[in-house]
Design a protein around this ligand. Structure first.
Ligand SMILES: NC(=O)c1ccc[n+]([C@@H]2O[C@H](COP(=O)([O-])OP(=O)(O)OC[C@H]3O[C@@H](n4cnc5c(N)ncnc54)[C@H](O)[C@@H]3O)[C@@H](O)[C@H]2O)c1
Length: 324
């Protein structure tokens, strides 16, 4: 079976993908510095605790493991934090990725799946957003990913590195077949924050209700983490078959407003969500919805979690288990 190195596999999406790869029989090794991830997510995996910027150590791991491909999740992910400390995001996300590219080139590994983000589009001119929409990030976080995407184009041309870039929309939910779930610290994502508010009765703040949307709150495209993990497996299989470099949106193509998500949480938990409305957050576009036809038609991806209730159900199971 193929040998896959997963960077950032102690984190939320990386751990879900690593577990699914292993269940499907791929030999899966994880690299993570545990700066934002959790040791319990890598239990039972070959694991190297390492910062990606340690190019020499990374090269040695890549050489010894004779990997067929790398799936690269490791990054910092908070838009707000990136505005407070842009240098941290360029150093860790862009610098970490460049170090990985150097290590892969030295070790002769030339297949990479890269975690990018809808944040590369900034405030889009229209939705749903196709992959060839204007790239215009409005945060250092988004820019830190754009720089890597551009480097990958050059690495393809001059180094023969084939990559699949997946631009995720809002990853959410928890794996129904494992104890994994979303555990960011601090948590900035809507569904776990709403569930925490339900469990603690502490009101959660939602950012703005004066957007030009039906109910005034922001609309986002929620993609279940299990469906996202499946997209990574399809992407890596494409590269292992000798496929060309590609860029795909990873979203369902359906948008839900913050208030619709609140109602879904109330429906699943049977409790009301205590919340207050705060001011808008800088750089939050009114609507971010993917055009996801390219991923579906070219790689045969088909999301299974297409209703908010089904998504929230899995996140609620995880959150209530954690609270026990
Ligand atoms: N969560 C989302 O909704 C979302 C949306 C769009 C894109 N993404 C991208 O998906 C990827 C994974 O996101 P996540 O939600 O699982 O985040 P996460 O914070 O849960 O996981 C990231 C992991 O990377 C590790 N890491 C960070 N920098 C590292 C470095 N320099 N060296 C080694 N390890 C390092 C952290 O310790 C952590 O375990 C990120 O690249 C993120 O930008 C996430």
């Amino acid at each position: 079976m193929p040998r896959i190195l997963v960077t950032g596999g102690a984190g939320y999406i990386g751990s879900h993908t690593a577990h699914l790869l292993r269940r499907r029989g791929y030999e899966t090794t994880i690299v993570d510095d545990l700066s934002r991830g959790h040791a319990h997510n890598v239990e039972g995996f070959p694991f190297h605790r390492l910062n990606l910027r340690d190019t020499a150590a990374l090269t040695a791991i890549l050489r010894e493991g004779s990997f067929d491909a790398v799936i690269h999740f490791a990054a910092f992910i908070a838009v707000g934090e990136s505005a407070q400390a842009p240098e941290l995001y360029f150093l860790n996300n862009t610098g970490g990725s460049f170090s990985l590219l150097e290590a892969m080139a030295t070790a002769g590994i030339n297949r990479l799946v890269f975690s990018s983000t809808a944040a590369v589009y900034g405030t889009p001119e229209s939705t749903p957003i196709p992959e060839d929409a204007r790239i215009a990030p409005v945060s250092p976080y988004g820019e830190s990913k754009v720089m890597v995407e551009r480097a990958l184009e050059w690495m393809d041309r001059y180094r023969g590195l084939r990559s699949v870039v997946l631009r995720y929309f809002n990853a959410c939910g928890a794996d129904p077949e494992s104890p994994l779930g979303e555990e960011h610290d601090p948590e900035t994502h809507l569904i776990p924050l709403l569930l925490r508010a339900v469990l603690t009765s502490e009101p959660v703040t939602i950012f703005g209700e004066d957007y030009p949307t039906d109910d005034g709150t922001c609309i986002r495209d929620y993609i279940h983490v299990r469906d996202l993990a499946e997209a990574h497996i399809l992407a890596v299989d494409h590269l292992l078959r000798g496929g060309a470099s590609k860029v795909y949106n990873a979203g369902v193509g359906q948008g839900y407003s913050v208030k619709e998500v609140i109602r879904a949480v109330e429906g699943v938990t049977g409790r009301s969500v205590p919340f207050r409305v705060g001011p808008r957050r800088e750089g939050d576009p009114p609507a971010l919805v993917a055009s996801s036809t390219r991923l579906q038609t070219e790689l045969g991806w088909k999301p299974k979690y297409t209703s908010l209730a089904a998504i929230v159900e899995t996140a609620w199971r995880f959150a209530s288990r954690q609270a026990r």
